[in-house]
Design a protein around this ligand. Sequence first.
Ligand code: ZN
Length: 127
Amino acid sequence: MEITETKISLVNKPNSRLRAYASITFDDSFVVREIRVIEGKNGLFVAMPSRKLQRPCEKCGFKNPVGYKFCGQCGAVIPIANTESSKNSEELKHKDLAHPINAQFREYLQKKILESYEYQKANMPKD
Ligand SMILES: [Zn+2]
C-alpha cells in the first residue's frame, strides 16, 4: 500500500504541542483525515485519529470520559481502575480509530507526513 497524497494544515496555537493536521490518501482510493503532527519531548511525531474513551456512571449511566473523577451528570465518585492510574494514562483515555498494524508501515507513514509537514512549513508565505 502506498501513500499517494498528503495534505497538511499547519496549526499555529501558542501553548499547544499540536503543530498540524494531516490527511493522507492511500493508493488514490482511501483517505484518512485528522492525523495530528505533535511536538513531543523527543521531536515531532504523528498521532493517528482517535476518540476519547467513555465509561458509563454506575449510578446514573451517564457516559463520562475515562479519567474523570466525578460523574458530570450526578456528581457520583467514579472509582479509578488500576490500569488508569499508571503514568501512561493519556494513552488509555484514547482509542485510535485507524492505524498501521506494523512498525514498517508506521515508519513509512510517519516519514511521509513529517516530510510534507517540513516542506509545507519551509514554504509558508512570510508576512
Ligand atoms: Zn452519574
